[in-house]
Write a new protein. Structure first.
Length: 208
């Protein structure tokens, strides 16, 4: 990953493409308050997992083998979409400031989708190995996104901020793909693509 220094001369980069005003709705990355999640959890009535039919699982995007749902990855895909917009639309940095670490359970507690209770019930009895693998990938993605968000709060030039966002998006995409493979019960061998790198990524990003 390229590190861009804030002080000292930097290699000349091609000018950014002119910004084009795009009429698009704001991307909501807000994280619910803890009290809201607690209230949602208190009213939750989870169905019996054993009573769930394959059709119900499929309708809720839950893999019948792992018990996990791919909808959780929207939390990261939305952030990647914002990161990819930053090089040409620096104002999108503000959208990323609303992103926060959110667990699988917190993510679905905060949603109002009709299959929420089914997803949470399946998660409680999900395959332990798949849950552990997913948590490892999520830890990597959380480290990269948190470091990127914090670095973008600094007084960076447009060029450096854009390069930082582009690098972060590039690191996150293969991790999201790996998380999807885990959720869908595909065999994932070997170490994470960025095993041991998250802390190095944090250090590098914060030095910008």
């Amino acid at each position: 990953m390229t590190i861009y220094a804030l002080d000292g001369p930097a290699e000349e980069e091609p000018p950014l493409a002119p910004q084009i005003a795009v009429d698009m709705p704001p991307i909501a990355l807000e994280t619910p308050e803890p009290d809201e999640l607690a209230a949602a959890a208190a009213t939750l009535r989870l169905p019996a997992v054993a009573a769930l039919t394959p059709g119900q699982l499929a309708e809720a995007n839950i893999n019948a083998i792992t018990g996990l749902a791919t909808d959780y990855l929207n939390h990261f895909n939305e952030a990647i979409m914002v990161l990819e917009l930053i090089p040409s639309m620096p104002a999108c940095i503000e959208d990323l400031m609303d992103w926060n670490v959110t667990t699988y359970r917190e993510h679905f507690l905060a949603t109002h989708q009709k299959h929420r209770d089914v997803v949470l019930a399946a998660y409680e009895t999900a395959d332990p190995q798949a849950r552990e693998q997913l948590e490892q990938v999520v830890e990597n993605m959380n480290a990269i996104l948190t470091a990127t968000r914090d670095a973008l709060r600094l007084d960076l030039t447009t060029t450096v901020a854009g390069a930082l966002a582009r690098d972060a998006a590039g690191m996150l995409k293969p991790l999201v793909a790996r998380a999807g493979a885990v959720i869908n019960g595909l065999k994932v061998d070997g170490d994470l693509p960025l095993t041991g790198v998250p802390q190095a990524a944090v250090d590098a990003l914060m030095r910008r």
